[in-house]
Design a protein around this ligand. Structure first.
Ligand code: NAP
Length: 350
C-alpha cells in the first residue's frame, strides 16, 4: 500500500480563505452557547464584525459582548429585545442562535425588518415552517441560509473535489452517525418538546444533511426510533434508498458517544472522515488495495467559513448560497419530517 498526503484545501484554494471575504456587520439574536462560538469565529477569523448582540436580558447581552468580542467590544451595541436588534439600520445580517422551536419566529422577525439572515440548524421544526420563512425571504428579496457549516469546511471542500473527480467510482454506500451522551433533563432544549428537542433535529441533522450532500434526495426512508420520557427521539436509526444501488445508513442518539464518523464508499475507493465528521477534521482516501492518501486537519475554528459565505453572497447580491441553497434546506426538512413521523415524534401545535 502506498501512503501519500492530500494537500490542504485552503492551501490549494479549493476552499476560499474566510479572511478574504468582504466585511459585513453582524447582529446576533440570542446570547447562548453557539452564538458565542459564532462570535469568536467571526471576530478572530474574518474581516467582519459583531456590531450588536440581543438577548431577552440586556445585561446578558452586554456580558456576552464583554466576554467574547475582545477589543471590538467597544464598537458593539447590546439590546434587551430581539425587536430592537432587527430594527438597527447599521446591521447587514442577523445570526439566529435560538432553539429550533423559535427559528421560524426569529427568522421572520429579521426578514420582515429587511435583514439578511443566517439561521442555525435545524432550520425550523418542520418543512412547512421552512417554506414560510423562505417564501417571506423571496418576497422581501433578502438572503437566507441554514447554518449548515459543514458544507463550507475545507476538509469537506476537498472531499467534494475527490468525489467530483470520479476516482471513487459509483458511490453505493454512505455511513454516518452522530451520538453524544446528554444526561436527562426534561427542561433542557435537547429533551424538551416545547423547544423541539430530540436527537434528530439537533444531532441527526448532520448525518441527514451529509447523505443529502453526497447522494441527494432519497426515494425511500426507513427509520426506527426510541423515545425519551418526554416523548422526543432519544435515538433513531435510518436507511435511505435511492432507487439505484446506493443506500445511506445513519444513526443519531442523545444517549451515547458514538464515533461520529462518516464513510463514502464507491466501486473504486472510499473516503473515511474521522470524528466529528461535521466539524474540522482529518480524512483518508483509500483506493482499493493500492494507496492511502491522508488529509490532515486544518488549523481553523469552523464557523468562520459559513460566515464568510454569507458575506460573499450578500456582496454579490445573491439571496441564497449555491452550496447550501433553499432547496437543500427544504429537502433536509422534509426528510426529517418523514423520519420523525416514523419515529412517532410530534411537537406541540404541529
Ligand atoms: N452549529 C453548531 O455546531 C451548533 C452547536 C450547538 C447548537 N446549535 C444550534 O444552535 C441553536 C441554539 O443552541 P445552543 O446550544 O446555543 O442553545 P442555548 O445555549 O440554550 O442558547 C439558545 C439561546 O436562545 C435564546 N432563547 C430565546 N428564546 C428561548 C427560549 N424560549 N428558551 C431558551 N432559549 C431561548 C436564549 O438567548 P437569550 O437568553 O440571550 O435571549 C438562549 O441563550 C439550536 O438550534 C442548535 O441546534 C448549533
Amino acid at each position: 500500500m502506498e501512503h501519500i498526503s492530500i494537500p490542504s484545501a485552503l492551501k490549494t484554494g479549493i476552499a476560499p480563505s474566510p479572511q478574504d471575504a468582504p466585511a459585513i456587520r453582524w447582529g446576533i439574536l440570542g446570547a447562548g452557547w453557539i452564538s458565542s462560538t459564532f462570535a469568536n469565529a467571526v471576530t478572530q477569523r474574518t474581516a467582519s464584525t459583531i456590531a450588536a448582540v440581543a438577548s431577552r436580558d440586556v445585561t446578558k447581552a452586554q456580558g456576552f459582548i464583554d466576554e467574547h468580542l475582545g477589543s471590538a467590544a467597544q464598537e458593539s451595541r447590546a439590546y434587551g429585545s430581539y425587536e430592537e436588534l432587527v430594527a438597527d439600520d447599521s446591521l447587514d445580517a442577523i445570526y439566529v442562535g435560538t432553539p429550533h422551536s423559535h427559528h421560524r419566529e426569529h427568522a421572520l422577525l429579521a426578514i420582515k425588518a429587511g435583514k439578511h439572515v443566517l439561521v442555525e440548524k435545524a432550520f425550523t421544526r418542520n418543512v412547512a415552517e421552512a417554506r414560510e420563512v423562505l417564501d417571506a425571504a423571496r418576497e422581501a428579496g433578502v438572503f437566507v441560509m441554514e447554518a449548515m457549516w459543514t458544507r463550507f469546511l475545507p476538509h469537506i471542500a476537498q472531499v467534494r473535489h475527490i468525489i467530483e473527480s470520479g476516482v471513487l467510482g459509483d458511490i453505493v454506500t454512505v455511513i454516518a452517525d452522530h451520538g453524544q451522551a446528554f444526561e436527562f433533563d426534561a427542561e433542557h432544549r435537547l429533551y424538551n418538546p416545547d423547544l423541539a428537542g430530540g436527537a434528530l433535529l439537533d444531532l441527526g441533522v448532520y448525518p441527514v444533511a451529509f447523505a443529502h450532500d453526497v447522494l441527494g434526495l432519497p426515494q425511500e426512508i426507513i427509520a426506527r426510533g426510541v423515545l425519551t420520557q418526554t416523548q422526543v427521539d432519544g435515538q433513531i436509526s435510518m436507511v435511505f434508498s435511492y432507487g439505484d444501488n446506493s443506500q445511506a445508513s445513519l444513526n443519531t442518539t442523545l444517549w451515547a458517544q458514538t464515533p461520529t464518523t462518516a464513510t463514502i464508499a464507491g466501486t473504486k475507493g472510499r473516503i473515511e472522515i474521522d470524528g466529528a465528521f461535521y466539524a474540522p477534521t482529518s480524512f483518508r482516501h483509500i483506493t482499493y488495495s493500492r494507496s492511502v492518501a491522508s488529509y490532515e486537519r486544518d488549523d481553523v475554528l469552523g464557523l468562520e467559513f459559513e460566515a464568510a459565505e454569507v458575506a460573499r453572497c450578500i456582496s454579490d447580491g445573491k439571496t441564497e448560497s449555491p452550496r447550501m441553497p433553499w432547496q437543500a434546506t427544504l429537502d433536509i426538512m422534509s426528510m426529517m419530517d418523514d423520519i420523525r413521523a416514523q419515529a412517532g415524534v410530534v411537537y406541540p401545535g404541529e
